[in-house]
Unconditional design. Structure first.
Length: 237
């Protein structure tokens, strides 16, 4: 569905007037990507889900910058949307999504099957455990499980860090581990997305990443940021 110029003007005017900017961003993005969000049954969206504005940016990045190999930490509506993008656009791209909650893993797996997306995503269950890659003994996805299920030679051109859960003070730095794990598994040109940067923990993670790996992340919106290495097209809607 395309957005009429009148609707675009109304949305832009609302943004310029400072009227609930985040909701306007998400509404605009949803109108752009809604065809990828039509599933056989309602898929729940929670406060843990990627915002539609962030998701639209990721989908644009995949298409415009040809991100052929994707690794996602934290399964959800983004998993189905990306797999659906591959299906509808006949893309022979790879998506691996990692989840630590068994109940949620089974639910997402069921939705993937019901929507015939099995060929477009590899959903991996990896329980949380201690790892020497982490800070402050924060648990992270089982590195052993990941090594058993992911080809060690695979290089990722896009990574989404939206898990594991990090809402409690004692696990606020749990997402830090993603980049130490990924650093030698990235393609020559790549993008890395970190969600929930409005929280203290993710702000600290972002700061630590930028200092240790000399990466300057760009804010997409109030809750997400991205670092892109290599030539790129502007993908933020």
């Amino acid at each position: 569905m395309s957005i009429s110029s009148d609707v675009k003007n109304i949305l832009k005017a609302s943004i310029y007037q400072g009227k609930d900017k985040a909701r306007i961003e998400d509404l605009t993005a949803y109108l752009l990507i809604q065809d990828l969000l039509k599933f056989t049954e309602y898929f729940p969206i929670t406060s843990s889900s990627l915002r539609f504005h962030t998701l639209a940016t990721v989908l644009n990045d995949i298409i415009m910058n040809k991100r052929e190999s994707i690794l996602e930490f934290g399964a959800g509506i983004s998993t189905l949307a990306i797999a659906n993008l591959f299906k509808k656009n006949s893309l022979n791209y790879s998506l691996i999504s990692v989840e630590d909650d068994m109940n949620w893993f089974n639910y997402v797996k069921s939705c993937i099957s019901k929507n015939n997306l099995q060929e477009h995503v590899n959903l991996i269950y990896a329980p949380l455990e201690k790892t020497n890659l982490a800070l402050e003994n924060n648990p992270w996805y089982s590195v052993k499980s990941l090594s058993e299920k992911i080809n060690n030679d695979l290089k990722f051109s896009l990574a989404i860090v939206d898990g594991p859960g990090a809402w409690k003070p004692e696990i606020r730095l749990s997402r830090y581990t993603a980049l130490p794990y990924l650093i030698n598994k990235l393609a020559e040109n790549f993008s890395i997305y970190l969600d929930d940067i409005n929280r203290k923990g993710e702000k600290q993670v972002l700061s630590l990443w930028q200092k240790k790996y000399t990466m300057k992340f760009e804010k997409i919106n109030d809750t997400s940021a991205v670092f892109i290495k290599g030539k790129k097209l502007n993908t933020i809607p």
